[in-house]
Design a binder for this molecule. Structure first.
Ligand SMILES: [Cu+2]
Length: 114
């Protein structure tokens, strides 16, 4: 996630595909000087979050967060890993950044699970 030279905000890739029943680790990196978030409200009902893992810059574990998660906010130049297993299929579900103005600037995409 980030902002390009023209001021357009983006998720890269802006479409994610997952297979139900498989375990994934989604690495979310914010390359900007300000925070962004990944909100996947529809999706979160349909997958099982194992944990969110946050490490310090030197690789030490800062926190593991467990339970149902719908949004992950990532601070400037930080990386968060979201571990989950999709448990229901669904096509083209929304993901977006809900910080004011960011979705309008292009920060949205879709998620498909098959
Ligand atoms: Cu954003």
């Amino acid at each position: 996630m980030g902002t390009d030279d023209d001021g357009n905000m983006y998720f890269k890739p802006d479409h994610l595909e997952f297979e139900t029943g498989k375990a994934y680790a989604l690495v979310i990196t914010n390359v900007d000087d300000y925070k962004h978030e990944l909100a996947m409200h529809e999706v979160s009902e349909k997958f099982f979050t194992r944990k969110i893992e946050i490490e310090s810059p030197d690789g030490e574990l800062v926190a593991e967060i467990k339970g149902k998660i719908e949004e992950v906010e990532v601070g400037p130049h930080q990386t968060v890993e979201w571990f989950f297993v999709p448990i229901q299929i669904g096509a083209d579900l929304d993901m977006s950044c809900e910080i004011e103005g960011h979705k309008e600037a292009g920060m949205f995409g879709t998620v498909t699970r098959y």
